[in-house]
Design a protein around this ligand. Sequence first.
Ligand SMILES: [Mg+2]
Length: 176
Amino acid sequence: MTTKRLIVFSDSGDTVVDEGSQVLDERGIVTDALLIPGAGETLRRIHDEGFTVCMVVDGEVESFHNVYAKYGLEKYVDAWVISQEVGQQKPAPIMFETAFRRLGLTEADRGRVVMIGNNLKKDIAGANRQGLTSVWLDWSPRYFHTFQEPDWVPDYTVKTPGELIPLLHALEEKLE
Ligand SMILES: [Mg+2]
């Protein structure tokens, strides 16, 4: 395995985890959930093929730990940026800026970062405004499905997690 140049930022809810399946405790912490079909395997492959993975996610630290530990996915994630720690949610620039800092990325790296997410308003607009390549995972029926603002339009759209693998390889090739 060779380390890839492409850096992958990813959302979690309705991008890796099926939000419709989430079980919450009385504090609103996710204690259990199902993964989107193919998402766990896709995350493993993205990691194993040498891409750097940073989860850029809105929610509580404990919720992500509960679900990612359950499925053994934590080892495929290089860094986490969680809104509970940052104090703001996507599309706030600080969420993406924190990811850059955690991975030691600079302005010069902007063109090799791709952000994957289901939410046009948070993930896609957030990424587009940062000059990142945006990939919309249009799997979930929840949230927005129309491009209400010009910067909600994704660079790429996929319908299932498995489609991300060939797309990431194509984007990697464009960088080389
Ligand atoms: Mg989401």
